[in-house]
Design a protein around this ligand. Structure first.
Ligand code: EPZ
Length: 421
C-alpha cells in the first residue's frame, strides 16, 4: 500500500498552478453522452475519479482518445450499453450523473447507487424525484436504479436543499426533455455553472446557472463542442491553507479568485495576508503568513458560503491557532473523521454533533496518520506539512481521487514529501 512520508515545519515558497476542477470535469464527462458528435474536453485533471469515469464511458461503448495531456476527446456515438455496472458505479460518487445523461439521451438508464466519500448518508432522493418529475418511471430495487421514459417532459422542480448533484443531474436530463424545466433552489457552485456552459456550447438552452433558479428548454439534438474545464476551487483553497499553515509565501496560479472569496476572507480574518492579482494573462492569489493564525469560527454552507470540501483542511490550520475556534459542518453529518487523526498529532479538538471545538495548540507533531476520505486526506497533508517531525500518511488512494500531481507540486514549493509505493 502506498503512503506519503512528509517531514514538516518547512515554509512553502514559490508558485503552484491549479489543475482542472474535479467536480466540474466529472459531470462534463457524463454530459458528453448527450451529444450527437464527439466533444473535446480540455484542462481535464489527471486524477483517479476522472480515470474511473473514462472507464465507465469506455465500458458503455464510447470511444475516448487522449490526444495530449489534460485533453480527452469523447465520441459518444458508439454507445450501446445504457447500464453502469455496480462495480464501476460504486467507485465514485459522480457515476450518478450517468442517470441524467443516459435517460436524457436514450430514455433508459440502469445504475447502482453511487459510491464516494463516506461523510454522511448522502441520499439521492432529490435526483430520483427530479427524474420522476420529468416523466421517468424510476425504480430502486436493492440499490439498483432503473429509470425509463418514452419521452421526458419539462417540469417545475423545487429542491429541498440546494444540492449540487441533483441540480446537475436534473439539468442533464432536462436538456433533452420536451419543453421547459425550472429548477428552483438550485445549487450555485462554480462547477454547476461550468457544466451549464458546457451544455450551452453543445447547443442547450439554459439560463440562470449560478443563481438559484435555472431554466432549461429541451432540445432534440445537441452537437459536439470544445470546452476547457474551470480551475479547481478546492485544490486552490487547499494550497492557500497549506501556505498559511506552513507560514509560507505562495503564489497560486490558474484560479478564479471570486470562487475563493469565502476562503480568502477567512484566511484574512486569521491574520494571513491574501493578495489577489492579475498578470494580464491569468489571475493569481498570493498567500503569505509569518505567524500562527488567529482563531476563527467556520460554518460550512452552499456556495458562496464556506465550502464543506475545505472544512477539513481548514480545521487542520485552526488546530494551531491562537485561541479557540468553532467549526460547524452543515452539509454532511459525518465529516469530522480527520479530527481523530489531528488529535493523534497533538491537536485538541472535540466534536459534538455537527460542531468541532478547536482549542489551538502551539504546534502539531509528526505521527502515523491516515486519510479517511478525500478531503480528510487534504487535512492530513496540511497537518503533516506544518508539524514538527516526520509523518506517515496512509490510505492515500483517497487523495489520488482528487489531487493531481500532489507530490510534484508540493516538492516544487520546497516541501519534503515522498510517495512510497
Ligand atoms: C457534491 O456532492 C460534491 N461531489 C462534494 O464533493 C461536495 O462536498 C458537495 O457537492 C457539496 O458541495 C461531487 O461533485 C462529485 P449535495 P453531492 O447533493 O452532490 C443532501 C469532494 O470532496 N442531499 O450538494 O453529493 C446531502 O445529504 C466531494 O470533492 C439529500 O438529502 O452533494 C447533503 O446534506 C465530497 N438528497 C446536501 O444535500 C439528495 O438527493 C448537499 O449535498 C441530494 C443531496
Amino acid at each position: 500500500m502506498s503512503y506519503y512520508k512528509v517531514t514538516g515545519n518547512i515554509p512553502l515558497k514559490g508558485e503552484v498552478s491549479v489543475s482542472g476542477s474535479k467536480n466540474a470535469a466529472l459531470p462534463i464527462l457524463c454530459a458528453t453522452v448527450l451529444a450527437g458528435e464527439p466533444c473535446r474536453i480540455e484542462n481535464l485533471p489527471d486524477i483517479e475519479d476522472v480515470n474511473s469515469l473514462i472507464e465507465i464511458l469506455t465500458a458503455m461503448g464510447a470511444v475516448v482518445t487522449k490526444p495530449q495531456k489534460g485533453v480527452a476527446v469523447i465520441d459518444p456515438r458508439p454507445i450501446k450499453e445504457y447500464r453502469v455496472s455496480t462495480e464501476m458505479a460504486t467507485k465514485l460518487r459522480a457515476s450518478y450523473y450517468m442517470l441524467g445523461s443516459l435517460l436524457g439521451r436514450y430514455g433508459y438508464a440502469e445504475i447502482a447507487e453511487p459510491g464516494g466519500c463516506s461523510i454522511g448518508q448522502r441520499p439521492i432522493d432529490y435526483h430520483l424525484r427530479g427524474m420522476r418529475a420529468l416523466g421517468a418511471n424510476v425504480i430502486d430495487r436493492g440499490g439498483i436504479i432503473t429509470a425509463e421514459a418514452k419521452e421526458l417532459r419539462g417540469a417545475d422542480i423545487y429542491l429541498d436543499m440546494a444540492s449540487v448533484g441533483a441540480t446537475i443531474n436534473i439539468m442533464l436530463a432536462a436538456c433533452r426533455a420536451k419543453g421547459k424545466t425550472t429548477i428552483n433552489n438550485a445549487a450555485r457552485e462554480p462547477h454547476v455553472v461550468d457544466v451549464a456552459n458546457f451544455l450551452i456550447a453543445m447547443g442547450a438552452s439554459i439560463r440562470g446557472a449560478g443563481t438559484d433558479v435555472i431554466r432549461i428548454v429541451g432540445r432534440e439534438e445537441l452537437h459536439g463542442c470544445t470546452h476547457p474545464v474551470i480551475p479547481d476551487q478546492i485544490e486552490a483553497g487547499t494550497y492557500m491553507i497549506a501556505a498559511a499553515a506552513t507560514k509560507g509565501n505562495v503564489i497560486i496560479k490558474n484560479l478564479i479568485p471570486t470562487h475563493l472569496e469565502a476562503i480568502s476572507a477567512k484566511l484574512m480574518e486569521c491574520g494571513v495576508e491574501v493578495i489577489e492579482g492579475d498578470t494580464g494573462k491569468e489571475f493569481f492569489i498570493q498567500v503569505k503568513a509569518d505567524e500562527r493564525p488567529r482563531a476563527v469560527n467556520i460554518r460550512t454552507l452552499p456556495y458562496p458560503g464556506f465550502p464543506t470540501d475545505l472544512q477539513q483542511p481548514m480545521t487542520a490550520l485552526l488546530a494551531v491557532a491562537y485561541g479557540n475556534s468553532f467549526v460547524q459542518e452543515n452539509l454532511f453529518e459525518d465529516r469530522f473523521n480527520h479530527v481523530r487523526e489531528l488529535n493523534r498529532m497533538g491537536a485538541k479538538i472535540t466534536v459534538n454533533g455537527r460542531t468541532a471545538a478547536v482549542a489551538g495548540v502551539e504546534r502539531l507533531f509528526g505521527a502515523e496518520i491516515q486519510a479517511t476520505d478525500l478531503r480528510a486526506g487534504a487535512a492530513m497533508i496540511v497537518a503533516a506539512l506544518m508539524a514538527q517531525g516526520t509523518s506517515i500518511i496512509r490510505n492515500i488512494h483517497f487523495i489520488d481521487r482528487g489531487y493531481e500531481n500532489l507530490t510534484d507540486k508540493l516538492t516544487a514549493l520546497g516541501a519534503m514529501i515522498e510517495r512510497v509505493e
